[in-house]
Design a protein around this ligand. Structure first.
Ligand SMILES: Cc1cc2nc3c(=O)[nH]c(=O)nc-3n(C[C@H](O)[C@H](O)[C@H](O)COP(=O)(O)OP(=O)(O)OC[C@H]3O[C@@H](n4cnc5c(N)ncnc54)[C@H](O)[C@@H]3O)c2cc1C
Length: 378
């Protein structure tokens, strides 16, 4: 079967690319290995966390209502209901993405895609059936997954990634988080407000180390004030499951060592690009530590092959960045005016957005989050 364009992956990079392709009148196929469209952001990233952060914020208002002269007798937290609400938000938005694919006439092909080179893509369906598709242009948008520590496997109960933690049905009494990047700090903020005793262990000398130092300082101050334990220059080792939770050793910069036990452990040590097993070895595309190198129009070194989203070397791993990269790539593919976007070393505006969302206190309400499946800038 042949198309003008094949897109691999339906996250916030892939599905806006399909929308744009429809607007440009391209015959497009979008291949997705998961049963639902929307990718990490919609199912186990931006959207579910923002739904739960909003619930955490509401709960926090109720807990501190008296400070504002509002008397609330005996407020109760129904955490399982919060998870149901989150699942609802995700399901509605996944339907929204499906609708966008129909509206823009992109053919959704379920299955695992692999590049065969020279404009060919092999798709393996869930039942093992294989078929080959062809197109002069291919956009790879296979995204990323949680990086694990060597020798460690996540499970639904004790050692968690962003996937498992979003399905807990009870608030853990205590939660240790390894890694203080965007994901680690977001969950620290959320579960601290839900009432867990939260501790963050960061190997580097400061939290959110990709952001400006001022941001790290301010976040550390606010998080500590809110009751989150923050340990920087702290090296975690010897992680093991116990009957009641997870035990590990921490070594601090002064050489002091400590053994700690928490009910749950979240590993948030970064995101691994999904560039293995997708057939890149059949192309001329170049990699940098697993991430794909592109020029400002998202072109790889393989003619006709573009890459967008979390798999890119040097670009921020953010949903709206992926969407913008889709717009640029599609403009270039369709021969429309497209502004080149080059990798930026310092995505500073993101830090400001993080601060307002995670560090807001009961006395500084933030706007109610909007959950929209419509791609930005389209
Ligand atoms: C907890 C958490 C919170 C986050 N919060 C935010 C936030 O608030 N704001 C923000 O901007 N970003 C946030 N992010 C980052 C955001 O989720 C990612 O930047 C974004 O999802 C990347 O989009 P993508 O399309 O590149 O990849 P993904 O969303 O990962 O989508 C890739 C898709 O490709 C599919 N796929 C992979 N391989 C194949 C294959 N071989 N064949 C077929 N299909 C395949 C996958 O199943 C997936 O559906 C968050 C991430 C996490 C983990």
């Amino acid at each position: 079967m042949s198309y003008d364009l094949i897109i691999i992956g339906s996250g916030p990079a892939g599905y806006p690319a399909a929308v744009r392709a429809g607007q440009y009148g391209l015959k497009t196929a979008i291949i997705e290995k998961n049963p639902k469209l929307g990718g990490t952001c919609l199912h186990v990233g931006c959207i579910p966390t923002k739904s739960m952060l909003h619930s955490a914020e509401v709960w926090n208002y109720f807990r501190h209502a008296g400070d504002h002269g509002v008397i609330v007798d005996n407020p109760k937290l129904d955490f399982s209901k919060i998870i149901d609400i989150k699942n609802d938000v995700v399901a509605k938005n996944a339907k929204g993405v499906e609708f966008l694919m129909k509206k823009n006439k992109a053919e959704v092909i379920p299955g695992f895609a692999r590049l065969l080179g020279k404009g060919k893509v092999e798709v393996t369906a869930a039942d093992g059936a294989k078929r080959t598709l062809e197109a002069p242009h291919i956009v790879l948008a296979t995204g990323s997954e949680a990086r694990m520590l060597p020798g460690l496997q996540p499970d639904p109960e004790k050692i968690l990634t962003n996937v498992e933690i979003l399905n807990l049905r009870e608030v853990p009494k205590s939660l240790a988080i390894i890694g203080s990047g965007a994901v680690g700090m977001e969950f620290a903020s959320m579960f601290n407000r839900f009432g867990s005793q939260v501790a963050v262990f960061e190997m580097l000398p400061r939290v959110v180390a990709k952001e400006d130092e001022d941001i790290s300082k301010e976040m550390t101050r606010i998080f500590k004030k809110q009751g989150v334990r923050i340990e920087t220059s702290a090296k975690v080792s010897g992680i093991e499951r116990t009957k009641t939770g997870v035990k590990f050793q921490v070594e601090y910069s002064d050489g002091k060592k400590e053994t700690l036990e928490f009910e749950k452990l979240l590993v948030a040590v970064g995101r691994k690009p999904n560039t293995e097993n997708v057939g890149l070895e059949n192309t001329k595309a170049e990699l940098d530590r697993g991430f794909i190198k592109v020029n400002g129009y998202m072109q790889t070194a393989e003619p006709g092959l573009y890459a967008i989203g979390d798999i890119l070397a040097g670009y921020p791993q953010l949903a709206h960045a992926g969407t913008m990269e889709a717009v640029v790539a599609l403009g270039h593919i369709a021969g429309k005016p497209a502004l080149a976007v080059w990798a930026s070393p310092k995505p500073t505006p993101r830090a400001a957005a993080m601060m307002s969302r995670w560090a807001s206190s009961p006395s500084s309400p933030t706007a109610r989050p909007r959950f929209s499946a419509s791609p930005m800038a389209l």
